[in-house]
Design a protein around this ligand. Structure first.
Ligand code: SF4
Ligand code: SF4
Ligand code: FES
Length: 250
């Protein structure tokens, strides 16, 4: 009977490596002993521990909860620590590359600091003063879905609005921040209207609801249906309703 330490043949792991500024990088192939239940992070750490000690990879929890190990596996944005080798095709090597939307720092580690700058621009939670903090359970659930985000930025990585036109970054916040804004909006005690921010600063109207962000979210947040579409509807209602426009005189 096999256990987690029993080897089951070899795995070919191809890691796209490079220094800062080298976005193309170069593929390096490692032969890794395949063990039952191993995840791709295990394979990368084996290569780091046994062959290339300077192979850079970011990780913390190895439990799918810190969001640090986001990368692309066989071209698909995923968490290295949540992707089991046995779930990947066996007739080809496992290919790992850094998230392509963000600049490389080294090997699999990217500079995601732009996201933290974007986050600072969201109008903060501003509770009603003097009101009693009583919530319906359905309100808790609505806000809580948005709070499950682990900031892996896989949704930012896959979103074509910033992936293929990096110059859009300053004017398009990306799905992670539509989720964060929704989490604040859905708090029953919050008093801020973020529609203007979403329209003018966060560029939500550039989103064409492809749902790619929802597909890659490891927390299964319904980003498009529960964060983006309701916000877009509010914006249409507030800024593009023909009767309201007529009454406003513009
Ligand atoms: S649904 Fe919108 S935010 Fe999500 S990936 Fe598509 S364009 Fe980007
Ligand atoms: S919304 Fe999902 S995919 Fe996007 S950063 Fe949060 S956890 Fe990651
Ligand atoms: S190491 Fe924390 S999510 Fe993968």
């Amino acid at each position: 009977m096999s256990d987690s330490t029993t080897t089951e043949g070899k795995l070919q792991l191809v890691v796209n490596r490079g220094e800062a500024g080298d976005e193309r990088g170069q593929d390096v192939t490692y032969e890794i002993p395949r063990t039952k239940g191993m995840v791709v992070l295990d394979a990368v750490l084996y290569a780091q521990g046994h062959t290339d000690q300077d192979l850079a990879v970011r990780w913390n929890c190895k439990a799918g909860k810190c969001g640090s190990c986001a990368a692309e596996i066989n071209g698909y944005p995923r968490l290295l620590c949540k992707t089991r080798v046995e779930d990947l095709p066996t007739d080809q090597p496992v290919r790992v590359q850094p998230m392509q939307t963000f600049p490389r720092i080294k090997d699999l580690v990217t500079d995601v600091s732009w996201n933290y700058e974007m986050n600072k621009q969201i109008p903060p939670f501003t509770p009603r003063e003097g009101a009693e903090w009583r919530w319906q359970q359905r309100d808790v659930e609505r806000a809580q879905e948005m709070r499950k985000c682990i900031e892996c930025f896989l949704c930012q990585d896959v979103c074509h609005v910033i992936r293929y036109q990096r110059s859009n970054k300053p004017k398009f916040a990306g799905p992670r921040f539509f989720v964060r804004s929704a989490g604040l909006d859905y708090h029953p005690m919050d008093t801020v209207d973020r529609a203007e921010f979403l329209k003018n600063e966060a560029g939500i109207e550039m989103c064409n609801v492809t749902r790619c962000c929802t597909d890659v979210c490891p927390e299964h947040i319904q980003i498009t249906d529960n964060a983006i579409i309701p916000a877009k509807e509010r914006i249409v209602d507030k800024y593009h309703d023909p009767i309201k426009k007529m009454l406003r005189g513009k």
